[in-house]
Design a protein around this ligand. Structure first.
Ligand SMILES: Cc1cc2nc3c(=O)[nH]c(=O)nc-3n(C[C@H](O)[C@H](O)[C@H](O)COP(=O)(O)OP(=O)(O)OC[C@H]3O[C@@H](n4cnc5c(N)ncnc54)[C@H](O)[C@@H]3O)c2cc1C
Length: 412
């Protein structure tokens, strides 16, 4: 019998599979889709270890109505999806108090401070260290008012030990000569990027396979329970798989698997969009974060990707690529020389919890299931650390990080 069966071959499931394999376990990953091809394929490639600010914060709540009434603003909710989202919104509202924001920032900071070490170790182990670029990130604002509106985030970052240098428009120009219409910003040197998130996930999956791991293209439809443990998983093809331990790492789709176990989990798909320009006509030296409009530009191989937006419309609603168009039109204000010919649009499902913290824990309902999902905006960033923590839980070892804030029972 397989020691560990991982459901989901996104960046989280692959990283977990590799770490469990490294600890001497036999590992099978089940996924109906090719490794890394869902949310993990099209992200911005940022290792955002400086992003300790949870999204729920006192400032955000006040800005939500304005965003919602802008048809292509950074935040959108499909009105027919609203009733089903009420529990998530209620938790989000509660998490946005100053006290909860501070506690969530501390928990995020603890997780994120481990991420570069774990990511470097994972890349070294798999011979992929060259996949990393280490040029920091530049967050820019179009006006003094915009810079001031975002002060709380930078205060929280400083309080959590994030190194950030304030830059005026001249310094911004020195760092990124192609940028226009910027008043000021922050430079965060610790931020890193991967050159191509899909290529990274694929290479990690290849390494997993060549190291003895197994991946099968199957969709898990049922968790067969036997008293206080899972006996087997049933797939859409009717195949039954048994393992000593099961890891649910299925991104946003983990929600329905958890529900089968009677586990309460408050998570929504925060749909994000991007557009990738194959021949952008200019280079940027590092990831650029547009702090007012909440989107980013990053280099993906020889291409340039512009991505962001948060749309709550469930899993099944078709993408509305006008959001990608909007991101491009704002980006052109800052980078007017961009060539958008041949661009490709994409949408992915960020698995987002109301407190911006992932779910990394043992199940509270059965004793042979571990959870690794809910990484929201930071799944790539946290993949290697999540994998190490899951391996700790799998071996009943104590973790170096306080995992209490990441427990699934916080939603009860
Ligand atoms: C626009 C955008 C930009 C982003 N930028 C960044 C960034 O710069 N840095 C960062 O750290 N993060 C970023 N993210 C977030 C990041 O992409 C996600 O947090 C991460 O990809 C989640 O990985 P995952 O493995 O949990 O989920 P996924 O990649 O979605 O993988 C889940 C897998 O589970 C499989 N699955 C689902 N149900 C089943 C089932 N029943 N049986 C078998 N398999 C199943 C799916 O097929 C899928 O392959 C961004 C996201 C978006 C949308």
């Amino acid at each position: 019998m397989t020691d560990c069966l991982v459901v989901g071959a996104g960046i989280i499931g692959i990283a977990c599979g590799l770490e469990l394999l490294k600890r001497g376990k036999s590992v099978l990953i089940l996924d109906e889709n090719p490794p890394g091809s869902m949310t993990s394929a099209g992200n911005a490639g940022g290792l955002g270890i400086t992003e300790v600010m949870p999204i729920a914060s006192p400032g955000v709540t006040w800005r939500v109505p304005g965003w919602l009434f802008d048809p292509y603003g950074p935040l959108a909710i499909k009105w027919s999806h609203l009733p089903g989202m009420i529990p998530w919104l209620w938790h989000f509202h509660r998490q946005s108090s100053f006290a909860n924001m501070t506690a969530n920032a501390t928990a995020l900071s603890e997780l994120l401070s481990a991420c570069m070490g774990d990511t470097r170790a994972l890349l070294k182990q798999t011979g992929l260290s060259h996949a990393l670029t280490e040029n920091g990130a530049l967050t820019v604002f179009p006006s003094a008012a915009s810079f001031d509106r975002n002060q709380l985030e930078w205060r929280v970052k400083k309080e959590n030990g994030i190194e950030a240098t304030r830059v005026d428009s001249l310094a911004v120009h020195d760092l990124e000569p192609n940028l226009r219409n910027v008043h000021s910003g922050w430079f965060t040197p610790a931020w890193c990027n991967v050159r191509d998130p899909l290529a990274l996930a694929t290479s990690l999956a290849d390494f997993f396979l060549s190291s003895g791991g197994l991946i099968r293209r199957e969709k898990v439809v049922k968790l067969e329970r036997d008293q206080n443990q899972i006996r087997s998983l049933l797939t859409a093809n009717g195949t039954e798989y048994q393992a000593g331990q099961y890891v649910i790492a299925a991104g946003i789709w983990s929600k329905s698997l958890c529900h089968q176990l009677g586990e309460k989990v408050i998570i929504e798909s925060e749909r994000g969009y991007n557009t990738t320009l194959p021949d952008p006509g200019l280079e940027i030296g590092r990831e650029i974060i547009f702090g007012e409009e909440k989107f980013v530009a990053s280099t993906i191989g020889s291409k340039l990707r512009i991505g962001g937006a948060a749309e709550f419309a469930g899993i099944d609603t078709p993408p509305n690529y006008k959001r990608s168009d909007r991101l491009l039109s704002i980006a052109l204000r800052y980078l007017p020389e961009l060539n958008s010919k041949g661009r490709e649009n994409w949408m992915g499902h960020r698995p987002s919890t109301p407190d911006s913290l992932p779910v990394i824990c043992a199940s509270s309902k059965v004793n042979n299931v571990l959870y690794a999902f809910g990484h929201g905006h930071l799944g790539l960033t946290m993949a290697a650390t999540t994998a190490r923590l899951i391996a700790n839980l799998s071996n009943a070892e104590s973790a170096s990080i306080n995992l209490r804030p990441c427990h699934i029972d916080r939603f009860n």
